[in-house]
Design a protein around this ligand. Sequence first.
Ligand SMILES: Nc1ncnc2c1ncn2[C@@H]1O[C@H](COP(=O)(O)OP(=O)(O)O)[C@@H](O)[C@H]1O
Ligand SMILES: [Mg+2]
Length: 417
Amino acid sequence: MSSPPLAPPAQPDRPATSASAAQSSGSPTVIRAAGVSKKFVAYSKRATSLKERFVRREGASGEDFWALRDIDVQIGRGQTVGLAGANGSGKSTLLKVLAGILRPTSGEVAVNGRIASLLELGAGFNGELSGRDNVYLNASLLGLSKREIDRLFDSIVDFAELRHKIDDEVKHYSSGQYVRLGFAVAVHVDPDILLVDEVLAVGDEAFQRKCLDKIAQFRSEGRTILFVTHSLDLIENMCDRVLVLETGNLIYDGQPAVGTKLLRQRLGSLPVEGGAVPYDLSPVKPTAVTFSRDPGGAPQVQYDPGEQLTVSVELDLTDHAPQHVYLHVDIMGQGEVPIWMMETPPGGISPGSGIVAVDFVVPRLPELLGAFAVSVRVSDAATGQPVTVRRFEDLFGVSGPQVAGLLRVDYQAGLRR
Ligand SMILES: Nc1ncnc2c1ncn2[C@@H]1O[C@H](COP(=O)(O)OP(=O)(O)O)[C@@H](O)[C@H]1O
Ligand SMILES: [Mg+2]
């Protein structure tokens, strides 16, 4: 697929702010990506050794898939850059490549300064450790000494509003609590460059506000920020510049006002994931998934086989939402293989408008070990017309006795001559 010509590099033309000196086109480049492409082989997504056995059969032919194609971008010190594009356009992949977590298939990345990133939910956290230990682990990975972390610890915990849970293992945290802790660490390590993926959308509104205030503060301090957002408002109000990705191509790099206009056009006309409306414009938005034993119960992320699991999908419906809404939920293994699926009755449900939760109760989890994510597809039950699709990065885990494989299967071993 050929890409439209690239827009010229950004020349931020906003009025001067307190960080204006750093935003002039002459500011030193702190991130430089040249000719960056990233190829994935289908089924290799985040394969863990356990699952690799399952999804990567010997000789299985994986399809090559380009998640990023020939991306050239330079970001100057002090810029606040929004990264936008439809689901699957490559935003998270680009952040990971810039953060040095993924190696590009070709091309080069150079970074000048300390990067702190808040990427996927729980990335960088060890579920078996307490929040306290994870703060130390994470901050030291970002280059802080124990003494420095001791000094910042209270402030991190207060920012995350997790004092009451800080000595609990983080596997018992809700997805919102994960994000709060991750963001709190990222902003306390005095980074020159902050990369933030969509995860902020997981937190509650008050916390999102707090994060945005922090981003604004960073901006006024002349730090460099690159964050993924679907919010056209945020792009227009907080960014000096916007990068728009479409199927792995950088189709625009420049002024927020122009970028948001382009986004509206492209998203409005593009067939996104099977003809669905892009998330931002959708009259029914799956805003969160949560996991608990019982509907409405306390959030829980770790389960034993045989336990009950409730997957709750929160929907935000506008007045234009279809009257009968059909939901399809895929429980995804880490090789992007759907492990099982659940759906509402074909006639759909009638949620009305506002915020509702749809609970899917699994009375007994199978002996299926690993960590699983959720993808939600919404359609209009009356017409079958797709409405939107959202893949959540929140994971729940099923633990069990150590086995070498994905499933535990009963068997007997015997010798025969
Ligand atoms: N590890 C991986 N293996 C295979 N495909 C992947 C992997 N990571 C991402 N992808 C695919 O690359 C594309 C871009 O993904 P991503 O960067 O997560 O998009 P976005 O963040 O814009 O939604 C998607 O089609 C996604 O399924
Ligand atoms: Mg993403």
